[in-house]
Design a protein around this ligand. Structure first.
Ligand code: HPA
Length: 261
């Protein structure tokens, strides 16, 4: 039995969710929760920035056992794009099959306003980094076609319909951060086909696909990206707007998990 599974006290979650900036309140929706600080789990990186808790929670949501990662480490904290690898590997070893990733992102489209929720249909890796660089073996040539599972995307759309929530869809661009983008960079990202920009998720998606997990991902749009209608994003705005949309995100996620086959 994996070290992580031993800590679950007999529970066997098949779904894990990573909570992005200011979505930590979702962890409060978990019933009969076991809470484990990352510091107690071998290889789990303790996040160093505000708005990210660093706690592993196992319990029931929508009647299903799930694992919640309240807080993620970002590549920009250390320069290591594989910082979440031990976490993804531990999830796989513990029997997790489906990974839900959430994040805060800036909108590249003035029609997708702050407070919107966007489902990722695809991504563009604009960071120059890849969490699999330095790994050896054929299994690292991972297909990124359908990286975001088409069946799970369909289920997410159904969950949004059932809850009467508007769900945007689009391409997420990973830009390393931690500085925000320049208005010129944002112009470029719009031209290359991005719909939202953020500093996370893509490395976890690559790692999760490498280890055979199904992935679905959601962005909370916290701001218009730099230069759009004169926007100048900040971490404070990200946290504030993320917290505002958290309730709707929670509603959507609970329904999605409840109905998940
Ligand atoms: N850019 C990058 N990351 C972000 C943004 C943004 O505008 N908003 C929230 N995370």
């Amino acid at each position: 039995m994996s070290e992580l599974l031993k800590r679950f006290e007999g529970r066997v979650p098949k779904v894990a969710i990573v909570l992005g900036s200011s979505l930590g309140s979702f962890a409060d929706a978990v019933k009969d929760a076991i809470r484990i600080p990352y510091g107690e789990l071998v290889g789990f990186p303790v996040p160093k920035i505000s708005g990210h808790a660093g706690e592993f929670v196992v319990g029931k949501v929508g009647g299903k056992e799930i694992a919640v990662l309240a807080g993620r480490a970002h590549a920009y904290e250390s320069g290591n794009p594989a910082v979440m690898r031990p976490v993804i590997e531990a999830l796989k070893a513990a029997g997790i099959e489906t990974l839900i990733l959430t994040n805060a992102a800036g909108s590249l489209n003035p029609k997708m306003r702050p407070g919107s929720i966007m489902m990722l249909t695809d991504h563009i890796n604009q960071s120059g980094m890849n969490p699999l660089i330095g790994s050896h073996g054929d299994e690292n040539f991972v297909s990124m076609t359908d990286a975001y599972d088409p069946k799970l995307q369909k289920a997410l759309k159904a969950a949004a319909r059932a809850e009467k929530l508007k769900l945007h869809q689009g391409v997420y661009v990973w830009y390393s951060g931690p500085s925000f983008e320049t208005p010129a960079e944002i112009k470029m990202l719009r031209i290359v086909g991005g719909n939202a920009v953020g500093m996370s998720t893509v490395p976890e998606t690559i790692l999760a696909r490498r280890f055979g997990l199904r992935v679905v991902a959601l962005s909370v749009i916290t701001n218009l990206a730099a230069g759009i209608e004169g926007a100048s994003p900040s971490h404070e705005e990200t946290k504030r707007e993320g917290a505002k949309a958290a309730m709707r995100m929670k509603t959507l996620l609970i329904r999605f998990i409840k109905d998940l086959k």
